[in-house]
Design a protein. Sequence first.
Length: 322
Amino acid sequence: MTEETTRRNFLLTSVAVAGGILGANTWQNNISSTSTPLVTIPERVLGRTGIKVPILGLGGAGTKTPLDKQDRESDAIAIIEKALQLGIRYFDTAASYGANEDFLGKALPSHRATVFLASKTYKRDRDGMWRELERSLKRLNTDYLDLWQLHSVASPEHLQTLFSSSGGIKALEEAQEQKLVRFVGITGHHEPDFIVEAIRRYSFHTTLLPINAVDKHYPRPFIPAVLPLAQQQNLGVIAMKVPAYGKLFQAGGLTGMQQAMSYSLSQPGVHCCVISVDDVQQLEENVNVARSFEQLSDRQLAEIEQRTATIWRESSFYRSWG
């Protein structure tokens, strides 16, 4: 059976829509809630997607979070449901995030029309990416993704495979053509040069990057390397590793999420951030920070950067992930 036939069969048989889930053809111009909280999270347009999203989204994986752990389903569902109640509409997951896609697939179907759902694939070849997309859609209990992203592009070999005749770029294009995916993006937390090369070669809609207060001190920072080009191309920019799994809050570092989130969201061209949480209380605290966000001045940004000058090495541990 050819890959094309497999895809056709997949489209006909394996993405039948459960009741209450929007079809991929019914695309919104804005993400909004039918039960808007009294105090809302500020929104920004996510670059050339044209979609408004809250400045805070829920990340799907972490060291202590129940969101990706098979034996923590009830805790994970409670967090997802509370996130919806608090006004979060951007949900970030990945094929490699343990049980997170399964949990979202149980909690989000009745809200599918009002959420922006993003997943990722580590595969680099077309066929491998198609298999992961099929799996993600089934687990998420949806017939389309708002955003499908290349997960952690980090080497010349990744780029070579992606842009080859049987590479993953083909899968991105085919998935968009078949309306299984609205927008496509690229993510990375290792080397910014590979992200820059990729977005010069292909018209992505978004990029997901580590944007935090230790980036300035790293020898190969993302902020000056990628953000200007992203702005030129009107890419939606999503910040991750905002508190660096809490390592920015060690002695001598930042005082809390107010500084961490405000720093990331004050960078030119950044539209939103995704942060995972360990429990509902932490989620509520993060949402309160997002609701009170105010753009930082250059002086305030410099003061925050100075606070991380002695802790940047251990706080940028994720730069070794390839």
